[in-house]
Design a protein around this ligand. Structure first.
Ligand code: URA
Length: 239
């Protein structure tokens, strides 16, 4: 087989793979339905509209590699919006955020401060499709996904934002500072879009970052500072 044949074959396999993955989600899963997902204004944006658009998104190369995109899950108008980095392989398979080993740890971390995706949190990621080999999302991928997150924040109107790890913290705070310096203190996050319904909305959302659960799985020494960060969030919620 010549080099040119090999290139042609690789292209064909790529295209066939993208086609099969596309069929896969269409057959297996429709975008998630969010209960109590009422637009703040008639005809306004909603979690479901955003999820459908995420399923249809072809804005960056990750769409051709994903099995399922992962818009997020949780309650509308959550006490805390939890933001991770990007889906991993289990999340890609199931279309849900943080459902692998790191996700189980995240659920336990949240439970330790009376938070959960079923009662008072919404969990999502800065990037909604899995980067291959779990590499960091590129700045271009993060930028092309950013409007989805900004719209989710406008619709969700969370009281607090909790960033899990460096990528989420750097993206939300628009900084290159390391997580060791960003974690454990409150920042004022100014939403990108004004809310649909201006009534009773704070202009800024308090945001705190901590270590990503995957980092805690790699280095148990990070568990204590992460716990301190979560206690700070709990104390702020309770005041
Ligand atoms: N890690 C993340 O940052 N997000 C997920 O959804 C899963 C693992």
């Amino acid at each position: 087989m010549t080099a040119e044949d090999k290139t042609r074959l690789a292209l064909l396999l790529d295209t066939a793979g993208a086609f099969l993955r596309d069929c896969h989600w269409r057959e297996r899963k429709a975008p998630p339905v969010f209960e109590d997902d009422v637009p703040a204004e008639p005809g306004g944006d909603s979690l479901e509209t955003i999820a459908v658009e995420i399923h249809e998104c072809r804005a960056c190369g990750l769409c051709g590699l994903r099995i399922l995109p992962v818009p997020g899950e949780g309650v509308p108008q959550p006490r805390v919006l939890v933001i991770g980095e990007a889906p991993g392989s289990e999340e890609d398979e199931r279309g849900k955020p943080f459902v692998g080993v790191a996700g189980h740890l995240l659920d336990r971390m949240l439970a330790s401060v009376n938070l959960s995706r079923t009662t008072n949190c919404f969990i999502t990621n800065t990037v909604k499709c899995r980067p291959p080999g779990n590499r960091d999302p590129s700045p271009e991928e993060t930028a092309s996904c950013a409007p989805f997150l900004a719209r989710q924040i406008r619709v969700l109107r969370p009281a607090y934002i909790l960033c899990m790890g460096r990528i989420a913290a750097q993206t939300m705070l628009r900084t290159g500072e390391g997580i060791g310096r960003l974690r454990g203190k409150f920042f004022d996050y100014t939403p990108e879009y004004p809310p649909d319904n201006n009534a009773a909305i704070a202009p800024v959302i308090p945001l705190i970052a901590t270590y990503h659960p995957s980092a805690l799985l790699r280095d148990a020494e990070l568990k204590r500072p992460a716990w301190e960060d979560l206690k700070k969030l709990l104390a702020r919620i309770q005041t």
